[in-house]
Design a protein around this ligand. Structure first.
Ligand SMILES: *Cc1c(COP(=O)(O)O)cnc(C)c1O
Length: 376
């Protein structure tokens, strides 16, 4: 933690749990399957550099980033294992990516042309992973265009196809129909590549949900993100692998007051006290990534008990009702927004459900204003 931190709000990243989560995933998939940890979005809000350094030391074989910039930052921080640029490297990124040995995902012939030119300038072949769209509808060569794409790709002599990948749209769903269909199309796409003499050494498609739910789709490499950070993609996956949440967020009470019935709390008076109440104000709000959608819905932990949010979450402040908390609440008391206190816990799944979003968005949402500190 920076010695200059004055505010009492901190996100703590438990590096010991991060390591043991990776170990649990590696034990599950076995030695023959590599693990690429998704560290895009500042490692899902956990702080990409410390996370990647820790995971690299713990034996992570690959990292996945969204942006070339994210990959360059990792290289500057001493990350030496392969880094896959999941969105490709873009018109401005080919040279920088190659200089820093970032591996592009490739799904576009204009990009192939640029990468080929950059590689030929360097007299060094560039390894890429081809992406085929088998049903995600986001990035990847559309399946009907795949064979034409492969035929044109052979003209780029400086491009070496190391991998072929796709991405699943509904791996966490109960029904397996869509995933099975995507898997079938993927294998068809791989066959089409092999029949043209392309010999990828790495096939991959499994995110966290798929590596748990579809062991046969682990192929050569799995690409977990959420699971690495200790969050289960669905409630029923928790029996399969023992991971624990890496991030917790704490603050301290800023102000406490006793109010009579009939007092409006926060903007819009969306909550009005119905009884004599003890209301605590916390120095955290939506500018910190604590969602405004938690207004009148979320709970926090204080003195090991749950206390409900009252009224609208403001930009920098939020009010909680501590009337029923047994231990008298004072300014300076510790409050857990995410994580454990006593035998209570607030999970990211709980916050996401109150805020009507997904755990990913909650984790990525904690803003730069919340200092990250590490433990373990
Ligand atoms: C983010 C991402 C992943 C990781 O997904 P999780 O659901 O967090 O496991 C895997 N593959 C690709 C292409 C991604 O963009």
């Amino acid at each position: 933690m920076s010695s200059r931190q004055i505010r009492p709000t901190t996100a703590t990243i438990d590096l010991e749990r991060l390591r043991s989560n990776l170990e649990a995933i590696k034990a599950l998939v076995g030695e023959d399957v590599g693990v690429l940890c998704a560290v895009k979005g500042d490692a899902y809000g956990h702080g990409a550099i410390k996370v990647a350094q820790t995971l690299q030391d713990a034996g992570c074989e690959w990292f996945g980033v969204a942006l070339v910039e994210e990959g360059l930052r990792l290289r500057e921080a001493g990350i030496h294992v392969p880094i896959l640029c999941l969105e490709g490297v873009g018109p401005a990124g080919a040279d920088a990516a190659m200089r820093s040995r970032l591996t592009p995902v490739l799904y576009d012939l204009d990009e192939a042309e640029r990468i080929d030119r950059a590689a030929s300038r360097r007299h060094e072949p560039c390894g890429v992973h081809l992406k085929v769209d088998t049903g995600m509808g986001r990035l990847g060569v559309p399946l009907p265009d795949w064979e034409g794409f492969l035929d044109r790709l052979t003209q780029y002599r400086w491009i070496r196809v190391d991998g072929i990948m796709t991405h699943l749209s509904t791996a966490e769903a109960q029904s397996t129909t869509v995933t099975d269909e995507q898997a079938r199309k993927f294998l068809e796409a791989v066959r089409a590549a092999r029949s043209r003499g392309i010999r990828p050494t790495m096939l991959h498609m499994a995110n966290s949900a798929a590596l748990l739910g579809y062991p046969r789709l682990r192929f050569d490499l799995v690409r977990p993100g959420l699971l690495v950070y200790g969050v289960h993609p669905s409630p029923d996956s928790s029996a399969q692998v023992d991971v624990a949440p890496v991030m917790s967020v704490k603050t301290r009470v800023l102000f406490v007051k006793d109010v009579p019935p009939g007092v409006g709390i926060s903007y819009g008076r969306k909550f009005v006290t119905e009884r004599p109440s003890r209301i605590a104000t916390l120095p955290v709000g939506y500018a910190d990534g604590y969602p405004r959608a938690l207004s009148n819905r979320g709970e926090v932990l204080i003195h090991g008990e749950r206390a409900p949010i009252r009224g609208a979450v403001c930009m920098d402040l939020v009010m909680i009702d501590v009337t029923d908390v047994a231990t008298p609440v004072r300014a300076g008391d510790e409050v857990v927004l995410l994580g454990e206190q006593g035998d209570q816990r607030i999970t990211v799944e709980e916050l996401a459900s109150h805020a009507e979003t997904i755990p990913y968005e909650i984790l990525c949402g904690f803003s730069e204003r919340v200092p990250r500190s590490t433990s373990g």
